[in-house]
Write a protein that binds this ligand. Structure first.
Ligand code: BG6
Ligand code: MG
Length: 222
């Protein structure tokens, strides 16, 4: 039986992945660039600055930009993002998530957050979910972001749980990769096209049923 569930935040617990996308799209537009959802898939799960770098790489004439200017743009994106999440409330918790958290508590499975966001703590508080979490790993707690496994291994180490007894839930390609390289069981939430490297894929969070996840986990561990 697994001992811990480690949840990604943006796009798994709440739909802030959409707000990140909208904020990047607006910033890109100001730079004379256009990004679409397909492009956005590679921005999921990675840090703010890494996302900016990927956008800037679309236009070679932007490659000479100074670090100060990059910082300014990253801050601008975050300010816009913060206005989008300002009104975030418990009704923004995605379907099935709170039931899943409750099941974990009931079954004595530990719960951690594994997020690349500097805004993670604030968001979990706004959603009213903070009490569920035994530990929160955010951008400030790791040196190497996803797809490096550090986000997930840091959570497991703190909880004192072997990696093979952990389940990581992710909507990002980089996130699933991080869970896999931590030797944990990966659950991908989203399209199979992007997340086929996960051990188990569901299309949306309403399909994150505790018993189903456990069944798949046990089947793989047999
Ligand atoms: C991740 C998101 O959770 O956090 C990314 O998937 C985002 O899209 C990253 O860029 C960093 O978030 P923040 O809030 O620190 O800018
Ligand atoms: Mg995510």
């Amino acid at each position: 039986f697994p001992k811990a569930f480690i949840f990604d935040l943006d796009g798994v617990i709440t739909d802030t992945a959409e707000f990140h996308y909208l904020a990047w799209k607006k910033l890109a537009k100001e730079l004379g660039l256009s990004i679409d959802r397909q492009f956005n898939e590679q921005l999921k799960g990675i840090s703010r600055m890494e996302s900016l770098e990927k956008i800037l790489a679309l236009d070679p004439s932007l490659s000479a930009m100074s670090n100060e200017e990059k910082e300014r743009l990253a801050t601008e994106k975050n300010e816009y993002y913060l206005t989008l999440i300002d009104q975030l409330q418990p009704d923004a918790i995605l379907p099935g998530i709170e039931q899943l958290l409750k099941k974990c508590v009931e079954q004595k499975v530990k719960i951690a957050l594994g997020s690349a966001s500097k805004n993670a703590q604030t968001i979990v508080e706004k959603l009213g979910l903070i009490e569920y979490f035994d530990y929160i790993v955010d951008a400030g707690k790791v040196e190497k972001g996803k797809p490096d496994p550090e986000t997930f291994t840091t959570a497991a180490d703190y909880l004192g749980v072997p990696y093979s007894d952990c389940i990581g839930l992710e909507d990002a390609v980089a996130g699933v990769e991080a869970v896999n390289s931590a030797q944990m069981f990966s659950v991908g939430v989203g399209s199979f096209e992007h997340l086929h490297h996960a051990d188990y894929v569901v299309e949306d969070t309403s399909e994150l049923i505790f018993e189903d996840i456990i069944k798949q986990y046990q089947k793989q561990r047999e």
